[in-house]
Write a protein that binds this ligand. Structure first.
Ligand code: GCO
Length: 482
């Protein structure tokens, strides 16, 4: 392990800001960034990185953990593009100490991780598994020892399979099950972990996991999506209430995937489809959380599920909002699509995109943040995920040259500075992701890390993008608590 850290430290020492704009792969050593391209952010801006439990921990049967819906889904033939699963992933459960040392060497000020419900309550409800919480104790203590602020996300899609067998997100009781789990986690860790996010991307989990079926638990259809989405919103509210009652010294929020939605053409049908998709992806979470109501477009669809007090519970004040931003979507009318007769359509010619075909627009991040400023009360915001997938080359002299990802980070951090200059309450940025990891239905083949993981050997190798972020973090001074 020492050798690996030497590699990183020597790479950090040798690295200077990369040459930009980057188009061809940079085979030469990094060269200083032109000042004009350097992100300018406030000295108290918080710099971090994000991961999630199922994507990095592995050790799926260690420490009392029982299966989650993603264990079942990833072991179902044909569900994962490269046939991999999260059984080992980055083996972070066993390698957390080295990974925290890596974070410290990079100069991370904060780290957003998720807690695995199946470790804390392996049966979903009832007995708390002390050994499961012991792991997060160790992780949090290691982070604090390196001066890295932990942010815990309580639910990043890995529902205990035992709860799926009781209806999962289609069962309204899950709001109380989640509150119990949240309470147990905060009781153990709340003395040291202050920012807590309830959920990760509820609309994505509802759409992909309960509508398209290409994510766990693999359910499909509009009614399935609507039911899951309402109960996710409700659980977010019951979770906040339970945790607020547990401790008064925490910062509570949630994490939403937000993106600008454009019609693929100026045809009326595409414009309508884009508005419907915006409601299903963005405002289906924003409007209940900040306004206590569902978007008018779908109020009738959700009405039958709403019981007295639900919207008040969901409309719980938050101390911060986590925003996962990757890029815009271009949407067309699609009569066959389960989701509001809308699906992804043509993208303007020459739109830059990542290996996954996701359009790239740093301006889109400014647009998302100014929408929160103008329409949702300008809440304190952290970008809790932002990153890009590219085909990375093999390491050269102990560093992976990933100029496209470096440019992606640079452009979005310049946009972050622009959003702050326009009055958005942006307080920090967590890059997705610290490590290459299990990228859900794509498996291990699709890489987002600022640090490369060789899944055969578990070797961590810094990438140019991680060294670039490291230079920026160290140049911007220390972040403050959220
Ligand atoms: C998401 C999830 C992450 C993904 C990342 C890249 O936003 O889908 O929060 O777990 O891995 O976004 O797809």
């Amino acid at each position: 392990m020492l050798r690996r850290r030497d590699l990183l430290l020597s790479a950090l020492a040798a690295a200077s800001l990369p040459a930009l704009p980057v188009t061809a792969r940079a085979q030469t050593p990094l060269t200083p960034l032109p000042p004009a391209g350097t992100p300018r952010l406030p000295p108290d801006f918080l710099w971090g990185a994000s991961t999630s439990a199922y994507q990095i921990e592995g050790a799926v049967a260690e420490g009392g953990r029982k299966p989650s819906i993603w264990d079942v889904f990833s072991h179902t033939p044909g569900r994962i593009a490269d046939g991999t699963n999260g059984d080992v992933a980055c083996d972070h459960y066993n390698r957390y100490a080295d990974d925290v040392a890596l974070m410290g060497d990079l100069g991370l000020q904060a780290y957003r991780f998720s807690i695995a419900w199946p470790r804390v309550m392996p049966d979903g409800t009832g007995a708390v598994n002390a050994a499961g919480l012991d792991f997060y104790d160790r992780l949090v203590d290691a982070l604090l020892a390196r001066g890295i602020q932990p942010m815990a996300c309580l639910y990043h899609w890995d529902l205990p399979q035992a709860l799926q067998e009781r209806g999962g997100w289609h069962n309204r009781d899950i709001a109380d099950w989640f509150a119990d789990y949240a309470r147990a986690s905060v009781r153990r860790l709340g003395d040291r972990v202050k920012p807590w996010a309830m959920l990760n991307e509820p609309s994505v989990h509802a759409i992909f996991g309960h509508g398209f079926g290409n994510h766990a638990p693999g359910l499909t259809g509009w009614d399935s999506y609507v039911k899951a989405q309402h109960h996710l919103n409700l659980a977010q509210g019951t979770g906040i209430a339970a945790v607020r009652a547990e401790r008064s010294d925490l910062k509570l929020g949630t994490v939403l995937s937000l993106q600008p939605i454009f019609p693929s053409s100026q045809d009326a049908a595409d414009i309508t489809a884009a508005a419907r998709f915006d409601a299903c992806w963005n405002t289906i979470n924003l409007d209940p959380l900040f306004h206590g109501r569902y978007p008018a477009l779908f109020a009738d669809d959700f009405a039958p599920l709403i019981k007295s007090g639900d919207m008040e519970t969901i409309h719980a004040p938050v101390d911060f909002l986590g925003v996962n931003y990757y890029g815009p979507s271009y949407i067309k009318h699609d009569p066959a699509a389960f989701l509001a007769q809308a699906s992804w359509g043509a993208v303007p010619a020459d739109t830059p995109h990542t290996l996954l075909g996701w359009p790239i627009s740093a301006q889109g991040m400014v647009d998302v943040l100014t929408r929160l400023r103008d329409d949702y009360g300008n809440p304190p915001v952290f970008i809790t995920e932002n990153g890009a997938c590219y085909e990375d080359p093999a390491p050269v002299d102990g560093v992976v040259q990933d100029p496209e990802r470096t440019e992606y980070f640079r452009a979005h951090l310049v946009a972050a500075g622009e959003a702050i200059a326009q009055g958005c309450a942006l307080k920090g940025y967590y890059a997705w992701s610290l490590l290459d990891n299990f990228e859900w239905a794509e498996g291990e083949r699709r890489r987002f890390g600022m640090v490369r993981v060789d899944f055969a050997t578990q070797q961590r190798t810094p990438k140019q993008s991680g060294l670039y972020l490291s230079q920026l973090m160290k140049a911007h001074g220390s972040g403050k608590a959220p």
